[in-house]
Write a protein that binds this ligand. Structure first.
Ligand code: APR
Length: 263
């Protein structure tokens, strides 16, 4: 049954641990501190990997808590410059592309922890010290799964560090809602933002170029978010289809009417 995976009874349906996880994680760590962001300071990438692996190796992959990752996250911590924090929900790919191009924002995936683990899968198994390369719990198959607890815990650390002018990128064409209180942004990051450190929050509501304009600034779940921000005492502004980000969407659809520079 689910929650009782012991190596003989494959109950999960998520992708197994990424092949060569150790080499990838240690390599990415060295790439990050050596080339991508030397300001992160000196880190022992082998020790970081060992600390990370000890969180989930030989353990039930559904019994890994957010707290379990704290030693690793503390060891990997580094400054996030003021004004560079950018949160997202249902716009991960677009936000990463924007960050890679403009280089003046630092989403979680551009911090050491996020950079090391982005796009990877990992989990252990109770019956063996080998990681499970066959299957891992899918995101919703259990609450305290190895990957979900990692991203939640990393998000708490990331949100607490935000300062200056903060950005939030949401999807105005979401099939559900642009702002979901149950998302990591809505349930974890929002509550950990510090009014004393943050000067203002900019919401960027991006519609898919070919998708429908379901929600906008001041409408639907965005209005709910704006009320929540106001109650918490944040200064905020909201922009529909922030042009620099829209121009990245336009790379894939240059003929779209929203992409026409000289109408
Ligand atoms: N199945 C698999 N993965 C999922 C699922 C799911 N059902 N739901 C979320 N995830 C993982 C994916 O890796 C996805 O890219 O969480 C990521 C973000 O999910 P979204 O719903 O798009 O957004 P949200 O839950 O708000 O999390 C994004 O949290 O990671 C931080 O700083 C980051 O602000 C960002 C926010």
């Amino acid at each position: 049954t689910k929650g009782e995976y012991d190596g003989s009874n494959i109950a999960w349906t998520g992708r197994g641990t990424t092949a060569n996880l150790e080499e990838i994680v240690i390599g990415r760590c060295n790439d990050y501190i050596g080339l991508k962001n030397p300001a992160a300071g000196k880190k022992n990438c082998t020790l970081l990997w060992q600390t990370l692996k000890s969180v989930f190796a030989s353990k039930d992959p559904c019994k890994i808590t957010q707290d379990d990752y704290k030693p690793f996250l503390t060891m990997a911590e580094h400054d996030i410059p003021s004004g560079k924090s950018i949160f997202w929900s249902q716009t991960g790919e677009l936000t990463r592309q924007y960050a890679d191009i403009v280089k003046n924002v630092m989403p979680l995936e551009s911090t050491l922890t996020g950079y090391m683990m982005n796009g990877l899968n990992w989990c252990g198994q109770r019956s063996s010290s080998e990681l499970n390369y066959e299957v891992c719990p899918a995101w919703n198959e259990c609450e305290e799964n190895a990957a979900k607890s990692f991203w939640r815990s990393a998000s708490v650390v990331y949100a607490k560090k935000a300062s200056g002018e903060v950005k939030v990128v949401l999807n105005g064409s979401s099939q559900t809602r642009a702002f979901r209180t149950e998302s990591i942004f809505g349930s974890i990051e929002l509550g950990n933002l510090d009014t004393n450190r943050i000067s203002s929050i900019q919401l960027w509501i991006m519609d898919n170029l070919s998708g429908s304009d379901k929600e906008s600034c001041g409408v639907g779940s965005i209005a709910q978010l704006e009320i929540a921000l106001k109650h918490k005492g944040f200064k905020f502004s909201c922009i529909d289809n922030y042009r620099p980000v829209q121009l990245i969407q336009c790379i894939w659809m240059p003929e779209h009417k929203s992409c026409n520079i000289c109408p």
